[in-house]
Design a protein around this ligand. Structure first.
Ligand SMILES: Cc1ncc(COP(=O)(O)O)c(C=O)c1O
Length: 437
């Protein structure tokens, strides 16, 4: 029996239909890698709410920190007062960011942080334009939509979007079936051309890049490409903004996914896994750069002022440290990737299992091209068997594996069993259909 029988349309009619949804039956409880719906069914949540519940659902230390804080101070508006927890968090986050990133602005969502980072880059350089990369996703507010090119639906119907955004190509050796070095060289040459023909360095405030393309297909940004961007930025005075909203906080098997490239960002953007489920985001930069932001020229009622989120953020850092989650993401990510490669080896498709740590993309290409149909069927078969998975990629043909960073080996084994059964079932149906048509 399907786990997702048509859940009463009447009961959910007061919720905007703009939210497409994977699992339709309301969820009442979450614990670790599991969630439970109102009909008592359990699901392995390998979406982590798009990377938010990094320490699993309701980690006891996070819950305790939030409960204790809730009885002390719920809110302290940053222009009116300085909540103690914000001070404490700013010191704690400084311990885990690159040396050059030592001053922080806090807000609520990822988009808000991206918007803020762009404002900081523009005001500090006095330059008007920004370069983003093809396939990137940076949010859904007006400016962040303008910076996003992972799917047409995020922009369609909302144009014209804010101006001053230019796109350069992202190196994708798997898609282009070329050598990885050649893909990087070609993309860097595109960037140089853009800087000569459309937005001169003197007009370009920043480049904005995800160290692992998220929504765009879970494609790790090659180290050589990040290093090439750094070199261009150093030469031209353009700021390098690294968007670690989805890839940060141990997800990649490092604290930050860009770490392995040894590239220094000028501005680092964080959110999602930062507070294990409470809305929180941050922009990090050097004190010198931050000081170019005139007091009052950026802010917001809720910016930096949620002691609850700060408490959850502090507990999240503690859990990452105490439970060795960086090591867990690295070890279990490798195990999961290998098990996925085994499962997929029987497919006639061209497949790619990629990604650092527990940010794994599985791309399926059939002889006809990106196999979105197979990926969609697989996603639903998995859901019916109790495994929640998301998809991504421009062609909709990438399955993204983004379990909590503290996922256990036995949970991964359980997820792989479900995935394997689902794959068998979908392929059998396909074969039957092919024989009867
Ligand atoms: C890399 C990246 N940047 C920005 C955002 C936007 O964050 P939010 O949805 O919290 O506004 C997301 C969200 O998925 C993201 O993955």
């Amino acid at each position: 029996m399907s786990r997702q029988n048509d859940f009463s349309v009447e009961m959910t009619s007061a919720i905007s239909s703009v939210w497409g949804r994977l699992a339709k039956t309301p969820i009442v409880r979450g614990e670790g890698s599991w969630v439970y719906d109102i009909e008592g069914r359990s699901y392995l949540d390998f979406t982590s709410g798009i990377g938010v519940t990094a320490t699993g659902h309701c980690h006891p230390l996070v819950v305790q920190a939030v409960q204790e804080q809730a009885s002390k101070l719920l809110f302290g508006q940053m222009n009116c007062m300085l909540p103690e927890k914000t001070v404490e968090y700013s010191r704690a986050i400084r311990e885990v960011t690159p040396d050059s990133i030592d001053t922080f602005f806090f807000s609520n969502s990822g988009s808000e942080a991206v918007e803020g980072a762009i404002k900081l880059a523009k005001v500090s350089t006095g330059r008007p334009n920004v370069i983003a990369f093809q396939g990137g996703f940076h949010g859904r507010t007006a400016m962040t939509m303008a910076l996003t090119s992972s799917k047409g639906i995020y922009r369609e119907g909302y144009q014209p979007l804010p101006s001053g955004v230019f796109f350069s190509s992202f190196p994708n050796a798997f898609r282009d079936q070329c050598d990885a070095d050649l893909a990087v060289k070609t993309a860097l040459a595109d960037l140089e051309r853009l800087l000569k023909t459309q937005t001169m360095p003197s007009e370009t405030a920043a480049m904005l890049i995800e160290p692992v393309l998220g929504e765009g297909g879970y494609i790790p940004t090659p180290k050589a490409f990040l290093q090439g961007l750094r070199e261009v930025c150093d030469r031209t005075g353009i700021l390098l903004i690294v968007d670690e909203i989805q890839s940060g906080f141990a997800r990649s098997g490092h604290m930050w996914a860009h770490e392995s490239s040894e590239v220094r960002p000028d501005i680092l953007i964080m959110a999602k896994g930062i507070a294990s489920g409470l809305p929180m985001s941050a922009i990090g930069a050097s004190g010198e750069l931050m000081s170019k932001w005139q007091p009052g020229s950026h802010g917001g009622t809720y910016g930096g002022g949620s002691p609850l989120a700060m408490a959850a953020g502090l507990a999240t850092l503690q859990v990452i440290r105490q439970e060795h989650l960086i090591e867990n993401a690295s070890r279990e990510g490798e195990y999961l990737s290998n098990r996925l490669r085994d499962c997929l080896s029987r497919l006639p498709h061209r497949t790619d299992v990629r990604g650092p740590g527990l940010m794994i993309g599985v791309e399926l290409i059939s002889e006809h091209g990106p196999d979105k149909e197979l990926v969609t069927h697989l996603q639903h078969e998995c859901l019916n068997r109790g495994l929640m998975l998301l998809t991504c990629g421009i062609g909709g043909n990438v399955i993204r594996w983004i379990p909590p960073v503290n996922v256990s080996r036995s949970e991964i084994d359980e997820a792989i069993d479900i995935f394997d059964q689902s794959l068998n079932s979908v392929m059998e149906k396909r074969e039957t259909l092919a024989l009867t048509s």
